[in-house]
Design a protein around this ligand. Structure first.
Ligand code: PGA
Length: 252
């Protein structure tokens, strides 16, 4: 079964509200002819509402937050609740991105709370995992990924698992211009799918979309997504350039 591909843009800490509106308009236009794949964009929190007005009428573009709190409201200074995100029009949330893990020190237990919180409020988690260069060179890639997946998805039910999106983003490939080879990506994606099959059920694992992320660009996207278990891309830098993202959306 070929899963419906998803091309996701993670704008990180970029764009003013005005810039976000312009970029979102370009993405909606670029995605207007798209019928067989989904598009997601994750602007900064400050631009979510403005961007939501632009993507509202698009059938292909979904709005995502770059992180999400587990609680509905309360004393969580600096975090944003699932209810607030839904209020702005978000249907998805990136969770466990390597910058949250490595720059802000979020651990697996916190990431798990965020995943469960998103699911509780019917937001689709885009749950990110990935090994560092040291871990890869030490031959620990699969072990690290298995730990991240098992702890990040602890307590997730089989029904919920079906709806989530996983993003494999090797830390050494993010923002570095180094991409995993198609063989490295496929090897990890197949491993993750087998792992999900053992945690949930094989037929559920078959439906979960696993995206590749890390220096995805117009030159490498086609080969990556042509791999059996690569169901789309999570794009950082190239998602900020309308023409590049347009080409990536139209991977073939
Ligand atoms: P990049 O970022 O495409 O700039 O490498 C990917 C990501 O961090 O999601």
């Amino acid at each position: 079964m070929r899963r419906r591909p998803l091309v996701a843009g993670n704008w990180k800490m970029n764009t003013t509200i005005r810039e976000a509106q312009q970029l979102a308009e370009a993405v909606v236009k670029a995605g207007a002819d798209v019928v067989d794949r989904d598009i997601m964009i994750a602007p900064p929190f400050t631009a979510l509402e403005a961007v939501s007005r632009i993507v509202r009428d698009s059938t292909s573009v979904q709005l995502a937050a770059q992180n999400i709190c587990w609680a509905e409201k309360g004393a969580f200074t600096g975090d944003i609740s699932p209810v607030m995100l839904k209020d702005t029009g978000c249907s998805m949330a990136i969770i466990g991105h390597s910058e949250r893990r490595h720059v802000f020190g979020e651990d697996d237990a916190m990431i798990n709370k965020r995943v469960l919180g998103a699911l509780e409020f019917d937001l689709v988690p885009v749950f990110c995992v990935g090994e560092t260069l040291d871990e890869r060179e030490a031959g620990k890639t699969m072990e690290v990924l298995e730990n991240q997946v098992r702890s990040g998805l602890a307590g997730v039910t089989a029904d919920q698992a079906e709806t989530i999106v996983i993003a494999y983003e090797p830390v050494w490939a993010i923002g570095t211009g180094k991409t995993a080879t198609v063989e490295q990506a496929q090897e990890v994606h197949a491993f993750l799918r087998r792992l999900l099959g053992s945690m949930f059920q094989k037929n559920i694992a078959t439906q979960i979309r696993i995206l590749y992320g890390g220096s995805v660009n117009p030159e490498n996207v086609d080969a990556l997504i042509s791999q059996e278990d690569v169901d789309g891309a999570l794009v950082g830098g190239a998602s900020l350039k309308a023409d590049l993202f347009d080409r990536i959306i139209h991977f073939r």
